[in-house]
Design a protein around this ligand. Sequence first.
Ligand code: SAH
Length: 234
Amino acid sequence: MFNPVVFVSLGPGEADLITIKGLKHLQSAQLIYCPATTLPNNKVTSRGSAILSELGIEASKIDLFQVPMSKNRELALQAYREITHRIIQKHQEGLRIAVTVEGDAGFYSSVHYIMDELRERHIPVSQIAGIPAFIACEATAGIHLVKQEEQLQVIPGVIAFESLLKEIREGKVLVIMKTSQCETVIKQVMRELPDHTFHYFENVGVKEKEFYTTDHRQILERAFPYFSLLIIRP
Ligand code: SAH
């Protein structure tokens, strides 16, 4: 009987925030696929691989696969198709395979392309839960994310100025992911609501890179990187 391909959630960036179950799977896997990106300066970066190395996982069993950082979705999809093909081949050899995912594997994670394709080809997959970035952010800020009857809405980077203003005025708790995609709108709304608190985070859990502030001026001055997130409470 073939082992399932296991999608292991790594947590937001701090190695200690992986689950014991996830760690056990990484230790027992014979082959680990981990996404990496080549930056415009040709440097390869991989948050996943940094976490694996901190956890003491042998580098020899890690296969770093490239996911292009491009607005052209088709390029990324092509990369996912290629890696899925490689996984299928190795799976047929009977290896225990893990695929790493930042944060939680089932929360706005692009590895779902790989998972869906494997399922379509009747290859068993399983998923190990992890701590998503917004939960880690909440803990960093020391806030209670939602209380009593409050409703939480997660916005994945695309929202119009009027809609964001409306959601805030309605008193919803908002988590904005991929803030780099709506930086202008967020800053416009912040100028409109100078007395409202905005919790802004970058690289939560990542040593020497973590940043958290509620200071309007500091947020407005920053260029939002890919790993940034906003929490807005009533
Ligand atoms: N599966 C991930 C989310 C992937 S979408 C999870 O469960 O958290 C990518 C977005 O997540 C980023 O644009 C950013 O908004 C957020 N993110 C991921 N890691 C983060 C971190 N360490 N600090 C701040 N935001 C992070």
